[in-house]
Design a protein around this ligand. Structure first.
Ligand code: SAH
Length: 307
């Protein structure tokens, strides 16, 4: 074996080890992001004019000086993937200062966005949500278990929300914060989709964040939210949106259009087909203006996703 080949082979092995470390420790990025959000770092930097040195940041958070080196490390974990900014040229005294990228702005109360979406991060990085993933291997080996969440908690995600008021409130708040953010963009980019609709049901619409935004943009439209009774009960009242409780697998009241945001990805193919059949029964035919409007993520739309 030539020395060059040998060297490449050693480099290849070391690179493979580094790759493995990156994948193994990938969770550190998530928990660092959660920590920064819990310490309200994006908000603090935003309120300080958009840029702060580590010592300014540490003092504003109220950290003991001994934590300053650790704060620098935390911020390094989050500047490398581009969540916070560090200027390319250091200041004369060699002090870095941290700024907000558009990503970090989503976690702060910035003027550019109507709502910060940090509640979503809190829900997804809460141990109730993450712990079931640590049982993935035993779930694979248990053919009778329907979901990892149910295997870990004895209840599925929505049953947990029904039984635990705090969790229910957290989910509903998260969805409203997401709707406040996303509906601005949807109504700006795709307003045409909502034209000529007299009645719309925000289907599995939670506390009606989306319905409220649609009703505000199209005041002549009759907007209704349908969701579980325990969700609808806690929804804030509105003059422009009405709420009804029901089960989307059983009956959907008639309307010109049904709006489903972040619903289908929660369900398997068979359940999605059931929901879509119910949707079809609730709306007029396409020629008469019936519409199902879906906002969701699509698997297979990006590169390298054909698996
Ligand atoms: N569309 C909302 C909420 C999405 S979260 C938004 O984007 O903000 C999914 C919603 O589906 C939750 O509010 C949950 O309570 C509701 N849901 C789940 N199962 C349901 C069912 N069987 N019938 C009605 N709503 C259901």
């Amino acid at each position: 074996m030539s020395p060059t080949h040998d060297k490449h082979s050693s480099q290849g092995l070391l690179q493979a080890q580094v790759d493995l470390w990156h994948h193994t420790l990938g969770f550190v990025k998530s928990v660092a992001l959660r920590c920064a959000t819990e310490l309200r770092i994006p908000d603090i930097i935003q309120h300080h004019g958009g840029s702060m040195t580590p010592s300014e940041l540490a003092s504003k958070i109220g950290l003991h000086p001994s934590r300053l080196p650790h704060l620098r490390r935390l911020m390094r974990v989050l500047t490398v993937p581009g969540i916070f900014l560090v200027p390319e040229v250091a200041s004369p005294d060699n002090e870095v200062s941290y700024g907000l990228t558009p990503t970090a702005c989503l976690l702060a109360s910035c003027d550019e966005v109507r709502s910060n979406i940090s509640p979503f991060l809190s829900l997804l990085l809460d141990s109730t949500f993450t712990a079931p993933f640590f049982g993935m291997h035993s779930w694979f080996l248990d053919e009778h278990s329907t979901s990892m969440f149910k295997k870990a908690h004895g209840l599925n995600f929505w049953e947990m929300a029904e039984q635990d008021d705090t969790y229910n409130q957290l989910i509903n708040d998260v969805m409203v914060s997401d709707s406040n953010f996303l509906m601005d963009i949807i109504l700006r980019e795709y307003a045409g989709v909502f034209l000529c609709i007299n009645s719309l049901i925000d289907f599995a619409g939670g506390h009606g964040g989306s319905a409220r935004a649609i009703a505000k943009a199209f005041p002549q439209m009759k907007c209704t939210v349908l969701d579980h009774p325990h969700v609808v009960e806690g929804a804030p009242t509105s003059d422009h949106v009405s709420f009804i409780s029901g089960d989307m697998f059983k009956y959907i009241p008639p309307a010109d259009a049904l709006f489903l945001k972040w619903v289908f990805h929660d369900w398997g193919d068979e359940d999605c087909v059931k929901i879509l059949k119910n949707c079809k029964e609730a709306i007029p035919p396409r020629e008469a203006g019936g519409k199902v409007i879906i906002v969701d993520m699509v698997v297979g739309s990006g590169p390298n996703m054909r698996v």
